[in-house]
Design a protein around this ligand. Structure first.
Ligand SMILES: Nc1ncnc2c1ncn2[C@@H]1O[C@H](COP(=O)(O)OP(=O)(O)OP(=O)(O)O)[C@@H](O)[C@H]1O
Ligand SMILES: [Mg+2]
Length: 485
């Protein structure tokens, strides 16, 4: 609770007035004095009352001095007034005020140190980031431009700060410039070409995040520029290495498969059954390795956009029959009934070699992933413009969550039922590329424990002349490399 304010100052002043004016008057009334003596008493009283007044007002001078010192920056100054009157109250209030101001100033100083240290930390983080960071305000003027952004664009911070981003930094998707009104949007994420200060072009991934308006930071969007050139270089090196290694392996392996095949055929009746079995195993393993290398080369070509297919009108039934007959032995070994239900098929647009690869992979998969004693059936049906081929089996089936991943590179289902089956997970990825290049579609339907169904379409060759021409044009364009899809 606040102490009640003292009220002694006006009493002191009243006393001084009484002393200087009333006392000589009273003396004059009651004691008969000669004028000179009376004047002397009057002067004496006035001197005493003035001295008393000076003594009463002395703390005011000290307060003024203390206030001046405080204003001059001495935060530790305190008024020491013990006059017992209102000046003592003012002195106490002054000390309280000085205390509060000092604490507030100290707090402000601490807050400023924290802010400066946080700012330095943020600057340090932004500087060490490999990605370029650009922040813009609501008028799309640049507010922040980190070191990586400076290196990527070639502009220094002072050259761009406060300037409209569209005037300084230029991003392109194909031939079209992407402006800030497009990329300063939530979840913008796109590869783009950045044109730097000296016209240098860099492939980047441009990402944008919108800043919450509530933060009062004046930021509207933060852009992240991720340099893709190094990654693309590494990816290219990886592709080159796989391509070179596969080619180096392919030649000796072709000889091994050839020699083993000759050795097997020529010595069938001459060598003991055990040795023949070993030779047969070596031949099968070498063939598997050959398929794997061919698959790796195919994937390599797909990723380099160099995988080409011819697109001609072909008789489909002989291709289908040959694949089924080639794999019949494999099915028989597992006691799987392999049936082909197709006759009088119309011609289709396809690449005979590539489409045989697709069929071989799908039928081989059906045999591989079906238990002995099961069934694999190949059927065809016709829609107005397409021929649909379906390979169904009575195998283990595929879990629902795996179906959408089946056609991706290196994907293999890892359930118990399929354990022990060797494979690399490339067959379906390559098949999808081939079918799509031939303007078809491929899909899978399956229920775990109830077998699987793989289907793909091919355009029928009995189309109108326009369609035929279009396909011929497409095939030629693909062959010549002028069309990539
Ligand atoms: N008919 C099928 N029944 C059950 N699972 C299948 C069937 N076909 C494919 N799969 C699953 O899909 C995965 C991918 O098949 P894909 O043909 O791409 O590779 P792979 O057979 O493992 O190896 P490869 O590259 O030698 O063909 C397989 O590993 C298998 O788990
Ligand atoms: Mg396969």
């Amino acid at each position: 609770m606040d102490k009640p304010a003292k009220k002694t100052l006006h009493l002191k002043i009243a006393l001084a007035i009484i002393f200087s004016a009333l006392l000589p008057a009273a003396l004059g009334l009651f004691i008969p004095l000669t004028p000179p003596f009376y004047i002397l008493i009057g002067i004496g009283c006035s001197i005493l009352s003035i001295t008393f007044l000076f003594w009463t007002l002395k703390p005011l001078g000290q307060l003024i001095k203390n206030t001046r010192e405080f204003a001059g920056g001495s935060l530790n100054i305190r008024a020491d007034i013990r006059s017992g009157d209102e000046f003592e109250d003012v002195g106490t209030a002054f000390n309280l005020m000085v205390d509060k101001i000092s604490k507030t100033l100290q707090q402000l100083e601490t807050d400023r140190d924290v802010t400066v240290s946080e700012k330095n930390k943020l600057n340090e983080i932004l500087t060490t980031l490999i990605d370029g960071i650009i922040a813009v305000d609501f008028n799309k003027n640049i507010l922040l431009f980190n070191k990586s952004a400076q290196e990527l664009t070639g502009f220094s911070e002072t050259e761009v700060l406060g300037k409209p981003i569209d005037q300084v930094i230029h991003f392109f998707a194909d031939q079209d410039e992407i402006l800030s009104k497009t990329y300063c949007k939530e979840n913008f994420n796109q590869t783009a070409k950045l044109i730097g200060k000296s016209g240098k072009q860099t492939r980047i991934n441009l990402m944008s995040t919108q800043v919450d308006d509530q933060t009062q930071s004046h930021l509207s969007s933060v852009l992240m520029l991720h340099d893709l050139s190094r990654e693309e270089e590494l990816e290219q090196m990886k592709l080159d290495f796989v391509s070179m290694a596969s080619h180096e392996l392919k030649t000796p392996l072709t000889s091994i498969v050839g020699y083993l095949s000759v050795a097997l055929n020529e010595n069938k009746d001459k060598i003991p059954a055990e040795s023949l079995q070993l030779l047969q195993k070596a031949f099968t393993s070498a063939q598997q390795l050959q398929t794997l290398i061919q698959n790796l080369l195919n994937v390599n070509k797909i990723e380099r956009d160099k995988f080409t297919v011819s697109n001609e009108s072909v008789d489909y039934l002989p291709i289908l029959s040959k694949v089924v007959e080639d794999l019949r032995n494999q099915a028989n070994q597992k006691n799987i009934v392999l049936t082909l239900k197709a006759d009088n098929l119309q011609k289709v647009f396809a690449d005979p070699i590539r489409i045989a690869e697709v069929l071989t992979n799908l039928v081989a998969n059906a045999i591989n992933y079906t238990n002995p004693g099961g069934k694999v059936e190949i059927t065809t049906s016709v829609s107005p413009t397409e021929l649909i081929t379906t390979i169904s089996d009575t195998g283990a089936g595929i879990p629902k969550e795996a179906i959408s991943h089946l056609f991706t590179k290196f994907f293999r289902v890892s359930n118990l039922e399929q354990k022990g089956n060797k494979g690399t997970g490339l067959g379906l990825y390559i098949s999808k590329s081939i079918v799509e290049k031939l303007r078809g579609k491929i899909w899978a339907e399956s229920e775990e424990g109830h077998g699987s169904k793989f289907s793909f379409t091919l355009p029928l060759a009995t189309q109108t002349a326009g369609f035929l021409d279009r396909n011929k044009f497409t095939a030629q364009a693909i062959q010549s490399g002028s069309l990539n899809y």
